[in-house]
Design a protein around this ligand. Structure first.
Ligand code: ADP
Length: 449
């Protein structure tokens, strides 16, 4: 029974006993029966009334308290209880009701902030270029962003699955075991197969501050960075290789000068060697900075409609003069109008004619035409052509088909790289193919005028 009810029953019993006692006393004092009963009832009522008041007061507060307790429990359990301020309570419990109502409002605000915060974090993590995988102490995935699924080629929800099932890499087991033991580790792994091979840096570290997440793995795609590092290394290797030969020539000439005892003719010859080698270094530096300027988009093109035929004819006649005694025959067919920077277009055509003459012998054919919205220029020669395996690399900087054979020729292997980037800067394309009857054909496509 509720303590209040016990109290009421006891109060009733006491009031009845006291009333009955007064009645009995009245009888023994010789009072009339009716008078004694009235007296007993009056005493009973006087005793009972305040107790009943207290009882009613307590019962109402108890029910208020029960309701407040129930609503507070709902709040704690995360159920959004109906507004607590929707009714008033009795006496001081009203203050408690208002305090709980404020607590509810604050909790609701915090819940909204948490949900927003969580949504923003989810969005940020989902849009990361890196893969993020969080696992619990049992190795089950607690969280994984889309990049992880993409990198490891897994579909469906990853949450709740074993991380091994997701990453399928034994090397990760060690990294996660170390993270579970409190140590971070970094490793590089290869995913996929050539040509879609990706180099991934994997950082696995423990998360001591969370009970839900035991370790986190971060997967960073290093493929582009590794490729750039390789390009930089190759460039530096090639550059030092190219500079070393002329520098050695200059040094040995300078040393011979220092020893003295040279005839005027020998001195003249040495001076000539030094100037030639210095000119080669100068050309190398100029070509490289030119290439850099074109590649980095610094070049400003003064585009206009250019008639290709007169331009090719002029350059062909210059080449005939330059070739001196060598027999150069250049045939020009067709005509085309291109939208290009005239001086840069000259540079493109000149490089191709020069190569055809240097590497392909004296018989050169230039064909000009318009194909849809493009102007096409084809420069063909009748030389040895380009070894088929090397066609893909012909436009790389410092590329020469036979480096040892080319050591004494003036080529630096930068002409075609410059040509390609000039064509690309014009929004065009360039390709090289071998002709069926021998020799090479370089095809340039530019926007037509
Ligand atoms: P280079 O200054 O050596 O000519 P390029 O970049 O112009 O540099 O050419 C790169 C290499 O491509 C040349 O060394 C040569 O081996 C090859 N090549 C270029 N044009 C031709 C061609 N018409 N026929 C055969 N090989 C060529």
């Amino acid at each position: 029974m509720h303590p209040l009810r016990v109290l009421l029953v006891v109060s009733l019993a006491i009031a009845a006993a006291v009333g009955w006692g007064f009645g009995a006393l009245a009888v023994s004092a010789g009072r009339g029966e009716v008078e004694s009963v009235v007296l007993a009832v009056a005493v009973f009522a006087v005793f009972l009334l305040p107790w009943s008041g207290v009882y009613l007061w307590a019962v109402r507060r108890a029910s208020d308290l029960d309701e407040l307790t129930m609503r507070t429990r709902q709040l704690v359990a995360g159920i959004d209880a109906p507004a607590l301020a929707d009714r008033t309570y009795h006496g001081e419990l009203d203050d408690l009701g208002r305090a709980i109502a404020e607590l509810r409002a604050q909790l609701n605000r915090q819940r909204v902030t948490y949900v927003e915060h969580r949504a923003a974090m989810d969005q940020i993590v989902a849009s990361l270029g890196e893969g993020l995988l969080a696992v619990n102490g049992e190795g089950k995935v607690v969280f994984a962003n889309g990049r992880v699924a993409e990198m490891f080629g897994v579909s469906g929800s990853l949450t709740g699955r074993s991380f091994l099932e997701v990453v399928r890499r034994q090397s990760l087991v060690g990294a996660f075991s170390r993270a579970f033991a409190g140590a971070a580790s970094t490793d590089r792994i290869t995913l996929g197969t050539d040509p879609d091979e990706r180099r991934i840096e994997m950082r696995v570290f423990p998360v001591a501050s969370s009970r839900e997440i035991a370790a986190v793995a971060l997967f960073i795609d290093m493929t582009t960075i590794e490729r750039l590092q390789r390009i930089r290394k190759d460039f530096l290797d090639d550059f030092s290789h190219e500079v070393r030969t002329p520098l050695a020539g200059v040094r040995s000439a300078a040393e011979t000068f220092e020893h003295g005892g040279l005839t005027a003719a020998q001195e003249e010859q040495l001076r000539h060697v030094m100037l030639r080698q210095l000119a080669r270094i100068e050309r190398l530096v100029n070509d490289l900075s030119e290439l850099n300027r074109i590649e980095s988009g610094e070049l400003v093109l003064q585009r206009q409609a250019v008639s290709l035929r007169p331009l090719v004819e002029e350059l062909a006649s210059e080449l005939r003069q330059r070739s001196g005694d060598r027999d150069v025959r250049i045939r020009i067919d067709g005509e085309a109008l291109a939208v290009a920077d005239p001086s840069r277009l000259q540079q493109i055509v000149n490089n191709l004619l020069d190569n055809a003459w240097k590497h392909g012998g004296g018989e050169i054919a230039v064909a000009l035409s318009r194909e849809e919205d493009q102007s096409v220029l084809r420069v063909s020669d009748r030389g040895e052509g380009i070894p088929p395996g090397e066609l893909a690399r012909i436009f790389n900087r410092f590329y020469r088909v036979d480096k040892s054979r080319s050591q004494n020729t003036p080529g630096l292997g930068l002409g075609l790289a410059i040509t390609k980037h000039l064509v690309l800067a014009h929004g065009g394309s360039i390709t090289a193919v071998n002709r069926a009857g021998g020799g090479a054909t370089f095809e340039v496509r530019l926007p037509a005028g």
